[in-house]
Design a protein around this ligand. Sequence first.
Ligand SMILES: CC(C)(COP(=O)(O)OP(=O)(O)OC[C@H]1O[C@@H](n2cnc3c(N)ncnc32)[C@H](O)[C@@H]1OP(=O)(O)O)[C@@H](O)C(=O)NCCC(=O)NCCS
Length: 304
Amino acid sequence: MTDTSLNDYPADRVADRVYLTDAEAAEVDRLAAICNAHDRTDLKLALPRAPREVETPRAFLRRERGTLVGYASIDGLGGGEPELCGMVHPDHRLRGIGRALLAAVLDTCRAVGDTRALLIVEDVSTCGLAFAAAAGAQLASKEIHMELDAADDPTALAAIGSALAGPLTVRPAAPTPADVATLVHIMSRAFGDPEDHVRRRVEAEIRDPEGPFLIAEVGGRPVGSLKVYRMGPETGIYALGVLPADQGLGLGHQMLARAIAYVLAEGPTRFALEVDDDNEPAKALYARCGFVETTVYGYYALDM
Ligand SMILES: CC(C)(COP(=O)(O)OP(=O)(O)OC[C@H]1O[C@@H](n2cnc3c(N)ncnc32)[C@H](O)[C@@H]1OP(=O)(O)O)[C@@H](O)C(=O)NCCC(=O)NCCS
């Protein structure tokens, strides 16, 4: 169900950005620290830091007397189902700032042709859940957030090390038509998503300075892929997928281990990922590599 009044809210005091300057990113980090401490959350905000192919805003800022009091971000814009996350300083809530940010974000999604967006709200955020309900958003799915600090976890390192003995290798995808086609093939089949949506996402992110897509191969044949995101001290491992015909052979475990080893070689030791709350095999795979559950994200659908 769509709440059409959201479309009419004046968004004239929200500033939008294609990417954030260092100073803006630092302000967003400070506000996120305040909100996370207040609500015991780990907000899944995107902080776009560099220009991309598509020059559409993905970050939205709201100030009061020069101070940042609200922020919202769009991830996966133009991919069919962009993910939205936002926050308002606890002292400035229930004054319409959340709605104004959401209206600005939804206008941008509509402008690029997206017709449905997902609002990310953690199970622990009572205000976030009330906001999603007030916006008319409906729960679509839930994901478990899991983390690993390989530096602190010899058991995880041993599990990762043993999986490196397998025949699978990974390489960063190049921004070539051949690698884009390979990623679209793997990701659309592994996740059952429409090829045109996957292609738009791959094309938007293949030159992402925050990290590469990795293509996994056995004997030169592509069997799986994943996306690496460098997010401050943490590295996100996302969209890990193996072709359906190659599933159940231990390749997911090898691919995760290879990806972790790839990142460890660059220095960072902290990892984060998300997995559908009903995907027991994947949760078991991540647990085997030492990942532990830290929070639960709900995805609330808004039809526009
Ligand atoms: C969710 C959040 C961004 C809302 O910001 P806000 O500025 O307080 O929201 P608004 O004042 O614009 O409220 C919009 C609607 O949500 C409802 N709402 C928001 N918080 C609520 C609460 N704690 N209890 C009941 N209703 C609430 C408002 O009543 C309003 O409904 P209405 O327009 O039908 O009257 C803010 O509470 C927050 O930062 N929470 C922590 C971060 C979080 O969980 N983010 C996830 C959302 S992406």
